[in-house]
Design a protein around this ligand. Structure first.
Ligand SMILES: C[S@@+](CC[C@H](N)C(=O)[O-])C[C@H]1O[C@@H](n2cnc3c(N)ncnc32)[C@H](O)[C@@H]1O
Length: 256
C-alpha cells in the first residue's frame, strides 16, 4: 500500500498518527477561520513547522511540550529554504513524531504543499492534508466581495503576480486572462500591480473595470482600496503584502 495516499474512510477528525506529517491550512490569519480539524491537529502535534502567514494566535492551542519550529520569514527578509523545510518534516516524522506543517490559507494554493507531500512520500512518510480557507476567496469575502455573483460573472481565476507580465519566468497568458470574463484574483501581486494592470488594459480590458486590493484580510489591520483598474495601482500604492487584488464587476458591488 502506498502510505502517502490517505484512506478515504479516514475523517478529518481522526487522531494524528505517530511518524506522519499533516499539512494544515490555517486560513487567512483570523484564528476563528482555522478549521475544527486544523485546530485539533495543532492540539495533538508533537512538532509544528510554522510560517509567518499562519494564524500565530492559534499556536497557543498547542501542547506545552509541543516543539514549534519557525520556518517563515527571517529578520532580514530571508526565508528558510524549501529543501530544509522538507528535510525537517521528514526528520521529525522518521523520529516517530506527529508533525504538523502549519501554513496560511490553504497549503495547496501557492503553499508548496504538493512539494512537501512529494518529499515525504519519497522518504516513505505518510501525509495527510487538512485544507484551509484560502485567502484567494476569503480576502474578497471579508471585504464584502463575492468572487462569483449570479447574472454578473460565472467563474473566477486565481493567479500569482510574483513575477510581472512579460518576464521570462512568467507562465501566464495575460491576453487570455484579460479575455476570460471571469473575476481575476491576484495573489502576491502588490509589487507588480502597475505592470499587471497595464498588461490587462493593453490586452483589451476596460480601464474602468472595477478593482479592489484587500490587505491583511481577517486581521485587525485589514483594509481595502477600491477603484477602476486603470487607477488601482496608484490608489493602492501604500498597500503592503499580504494583499489580494480582485479585478472584475464583483469588485464594484456594494452588497449592503
Ligand atoms: C505564498 S501565497 C500563500 C497563499 C495561501 N496559501 C492561501 O491559500 O491563501 C501568499 C499570498 O497570499 C495572499 N494572502 C495570504 N494571506 C492573506 C491575507 N490575510 N490577506 C490578504 N492576502 C493574503 C497574499 O497575496 C500573499 O502575498
Amino acid at each position: 500500500m502506498n502510505r502517502s495516499i490517505p484512506r478515504p474512510t479516514e475523517g478529518s477528525l481522526a487522531p494524528l498518527e505517530a511518524g506522519t506529517v499533516t499539512l494544515v491550512g490555517g486560513g487567512p490569519g483570523d484564528p476563528g477561520l482555522l478549521t475544527v480539524a486544523g485546530l485539533q491537529a495543532l492540539q495533538q502535534a508533537d512538532v509544528v513547522l510554522v510560517d509567518h502567514l499562519a494564524p500565530q494566535e492559534s499556536l497557543a492551542q498547542c501542547r506545552p511540550d509541543c516543539e514549534q519550529v519557525w520556518v517563515g520569514k527571517l529578520p532580514r527578509g530571508e526565508f528558510v529554504a524549501q529543501e530544509r523545510i522538507n528535510e525537517l518534516l521528514v526528520k521529525h516524522a522518521l523520529a516517530g513524531r506527529r508533525v504538523v506543517r502549519f501554513k496560511g490559507g490553504d497549503n495547496f494554493v501557492f503553499g508548496r504543499g504538493g512539494e512537501e507531500w512529494q518529499a515525504c512520500a519519497q522518504a516513505g512518510v505518510a501525509v495527510r492534508i487538512i485544507p484551509g480557507v484560502t485567502s484567494s476567496v476569503a480576502a474578497p469575502a471579508l471585504a464584502g466581495i463575492p468572487v462569483t455573483h449570479r447574472s454578473l460573472v460565472q467563474g473566477f481565476t486565481v493567479v500569482s503576480g510574483h513575477v510581472p507580465p512579460g518576464d521570462p519566468r512568467s507562465q501566464l497568458d495575460w491576453a487570455a486572462l484579460a479575455a476570460t470574463r471571469t473575476t481575476l484574483v491576484v495573489l502576491m501581486g502588490v509589487k507588480y500591480l502597475p505592470q499587471i494592470a497595464e498588461a490587462l488594459v493593453q490586452h483589451g480590458m476596460d480601464p474602468q473595470t472595477p478593482a479592489a486590493v484587500v490587505e491583511r484580510a481577517g486581521q485587525p489591520q485589514m483594509r481595502q482600496v477600491r477603484g477602476p483598474l486603470g487607477q488601482i495601482a496608484t490608489l493602492s500604492r501604500d498597500v503592503h503584502p499580504p494583499a489580494v487584488t480582485v479585478i472584475g464587476e464583483v469588485a464594484g458591488l456594494q452588497l449592503g
